[in-house]
Design a protein around this ligand. Sequence first.
Ligand code: DGJ
Length: 745
Amino acid sequence: MYLCSRNHKKHKDMTKRTFLLFHLFTFSLFILAQTISIETEHTQMVLRVNQQKRLCQTYLGERLSAQTDLSQLSMPQAGLSSSCIKGLEAYPVMGTEDYYEPTFEIHHADGNPTSVLKYVSHSTTGNVTSISLKDELYPVEVTLYYKVFPEEDIIQQWAEIRHEEKGKVYLGRYASSMLYFEAPKYFLTEFASDWAKEMQMQSQELQFGKKIVDSRLGARANMMAQPFFEVGLGEPVRENEGTVLMGTLGWTGNFRFTFEVDNQHVLRVISGINHDASTYLLRKGEAFRTADFYFTLSNKGAGEGSRRFQRWMMNHQLHKADADRMTLLNNWENTYFDFDEEKLVALFGEAKDLGVDLFLLDDGWFGNKYPRKNDHAGLGDWQVTKDKLPQGIPYLVKKAKENGVSFGIWIEPEMVNPKSELAEKHPDWIIQLPSRETYYFRNQLVLDLCNPKVQDFVFGVVDSLMQALPQRGSGEGAIRFLKWDCNSPITNIYSPYLKENQGNLYVDYVRGLYKVLDRVQAKYPDLYMMMCSGGGGRSDVKGLSYFTEFWCSDNTDPIERLFIQWGYSQFMPAKAMCAHVTEWNRRTSIKFRVDVAFQGKMGFDISLKGLSDDDRQYCREAIKEYKRLKDVVWSPYLYRLVSPYEGQHCVVQRVNDDKTHSIVFAYDIHPRYGELILPTRLQGLDAEAKYRVKEICLMPGRQSWLSCNEKVYTGDYLMKVGLKVTSSNDLVSHIIEISKTDTAD
Ligand code: DGJ
């Protein structure tokens, strides 16, 4: 009995212990199997901590309705054999059992190039979830951040890396994001570029292995590849149907997107700063913040994805998104370097005659010892050329004001010509190899923005210009606009400032630029600035948090622009896309050229003298109409109806927020004779409402020949039947206003 009772007690104790252990075990399992859900209105990403405390992605797709379903998501085992202890790791590290491309690589002070990051904790504050990971062997910590923009369905990702090691620690890779997808097929749309050929969309199926889209140009970083991509999951990217991943990196420098299809046919998408030629020395205790990666996952094709990105840009990212924008007359293609005060003052008169808001003085106004007569000299010497403009910038601003236009000016403050006083005085401020022959891109070199003294200098370029004419009140009577150019990639890659830490150059250059732009923005919040880089060589969304707009391309041939604008419109809002009317492609009418520029942030870079009276009149009227309609033109609700990539027409439509007003832009390029013309179905309208259709911006004395002109239709009809807005004519364009009406005809 005793025995028995002793046995019984022992048994009871054991049961209690087992019970406790079991609970402890399940509790720790529960802790380990933490589930973290990142959600927007339509998208959900689920991360789970596995039993080895590794953070894995278990789901990324359409938002699930029931939270209880999250536990059904299995921990995938892609990549290696089934013995692989990890799933699809959220931030895979070099040196672990996943042999595919990692997001992170750290070289410890003892020379060990591997790490294992384990989950420590996570928290959510507002819209940001942060997840802390640590290496148990080395004092290395990585925090992953996920910020959601629920309404716009955008997720932002970045990471912060720190260590507490003694000795030198280098980061070999430091991506912002890894995303995994499982679909029968994958199709990548990339945006190839070159000078005058920005945003050329091309698609390909991704097969086993890797495809990398990246840039290594440093300053004019996007000249040959743009930091955007689209991936069709299951089928090629379509405009209104299908699941499409759309992503972009907010980094005004080298970027890299890696698309890798692994042995299990899982697509791995890594996005971040390009680590190539950038093994980064990270000092103890310093935080390395990666670039911001933004993505959306649309189930309604790229069209819906673009509207989300444009809304996000307008609501959260674009500098001065709520403020107005100025139409302008630029003198670059009119005068190039050949101007003086008299010519400029005459051009202020032309700006007034046109009815634009601002005159923009381009390259060629500075340098005295080495005046900027062409692109061989003067960059760096930001004093006005006295014998060209003896009364200086204040005089020009005053004269512009007398003509009722504001004044803006071109600068390229990150650059230097060897023929300049700056180069003579501060050769140590220039990025160039100490012991090799120097090569030049557009006869210039890049200043070393890693150096704080150079940052002060670059800020000083803006500051001195602005201080010469302090802003008053709303900024009237001062310089109101800067065109900030950047014509060279980083060449002769060696920073005299960084000395033996050259791996930090590309990253610290961009950080130096941001430090300058932070100061400019803080001191001159009213200043409008165009991001320009020999055309669209700079075009990222982080840049646009400092700049109010960007120059899409030096190519202003309206036909080419239809393609370039189509490309940028995948991500960028019209309000930020500078579109100027020029002399490019004189086979096109002025109307056609203006009608293409009307789609963006409109400007002119043309001599009025060369235009006929009718053409001049057309421009004036178009500017008036543009000003009247700009809120609709700049609406993020864009519907790309007919693609120039698919035929000889292009039709796009913008609809305002409350669906009361819409504009249709229709262009015929070079249609075949007798081509079948079908009506174009509109989108985004209120089916119940009635709309009046009116062609606007007609050449003086002309009537609209569109059969739909001045008629009233229901939104339902416009979206189901459509309007004949294209034709088999060569190079014809129409701008059609669609306004909600209460009357029947
Ligand atoms: C390149 C720009 O894209 C042009 O618009 C013009 O500003 C030139 N630079 C001036 O050098």
